[in-house]
Design a protein around this ligand. Sequence first.
Ligand SMILES: NC(=O)c1ccc[n+]([C@@H]2O[C@H](COP(=O)([O-])OP(=O)(O)OC[C@H]3O[C@@H](n4cnc5c(N)ncnc54)[C@H](O)[C@@H]3O)[C@@H](O)[C@H]2O)c1
Length: 358
Amino acid sequence: MEKKILNVGVISCSGMAEGHMKGVIAHPQAKLVAVCDIDLEKAKTVAARRGVSRVYQDYKELLAQPDIDAVIIVTPDHLHREMAVAALEAGKHVLCEKPLALNRDDLQAIADAVKKSDKKFMVGQIARYTPSFKLAKDIMNRGEIGDIVFIETEYAHNYEKILKACEDWKADPARWRSNPERNGVVGGGCHAVDLLRWLIGADPEEVRAYSTKKIFTDLPYDDTHIALMKFPNNIMTKVFISVSCKRNYTMRTCIYGTKGTIVCDNKNAQMSVYRSEIAGATVGSLIPDKPNSEVEVKYPVAINNHNATAEFEEFASIVLNDKEVSTTVYEGAKTVAACFAICEAAEKGQPVIPDYNF
Ligand SMILES: NC(=O)c1ccc[n+]([C@@H]2O[C@H](COP(=O)([O-])OP(=O)(O)OC[C@H]3O[C@@H](n4cnc5c(N)ncnc54)[C@H](O)[C@@H]3O)[C@@H](O)[C@H]2O)c1
């Protein structure tokens, strides 16, 4: 029997889009057949580098190609709605970058289009493919750290090189990150919020938050947020979100359970699990009557915080084998809805109950 090959087009030729292209090229049952970017010169350069002969400036022309089975949308966030809906209407399977969209209307329009379509639609919540976070979730699921009590995580990034603050972001397409709807919480913090939702397997029920702006003072939104979110089963969480902090990108995460603790990160080649006893081993104390300290097990983990290859492998497997999508349009929409609640709670100085009705 002939092996089914998935023909893929990528919309955008940015660095992140090239990460997706690498994932397609590496897949034995997928072929990168076309790329598109409004910047045609950039698209031609990337196409030549990736060995692709079909190059488009207008994404609608790419969508009109009957042999293209699936598209990956890697354009600025405010364009996701228009492109996702058009791709589904053109009969393509879609892998769409996070955040799914920037307002409720756009989220709803994409959800409605998915409902009407018989094609697969997956949201690229890439933290779900970070090796340390995958291992942490496996350890949690095996019950090794008991019931979850508290999780703290973060999206700590310095956007200095990519964020060009301006009043009128629409006047210059490169300034799309200055769109107030594309604030640090929805645009970047969605990674940390989605990580919490995915690790816990539930949605935050109530959100409290504070925010400030001390570094990128000319931005039309606060550059730093802190949120406390209560999940079902009394799981407490804390998220720190900054797009201006003076350090390298990191999502340090501590997961505290009734039997143990996991400390991990997306930028560390090692993660730790602490328990009072692991595989029969304990740590004795030299001081009589003092409690034992915790046993620490260190796991080596690959650093791969943009694991677009693993993300595409899952997408291709879903499409080729007609499997259920795990990171559905509703998953993407609920993550953004929780981010809206953080922004609202910080603005109002009051707790907010997120609205997950899509
Ligand atoms: N998963 C992750 O970790 C991650 C990381 C970075 C970016 N992203 C997401 O990827 C998307 C793109 O971000 P980026 O950093 O690559 O942005 P970018 O600004 O670097 O690149 C965007 C590209 O889209 C092109 N473009 C703009 N309008 C277009 C149009 N109408 N048709 C075709 N091409 C168009 C631009 O010319 C540019 O090449 C965003 O949704 C962003 O949130 C995700």
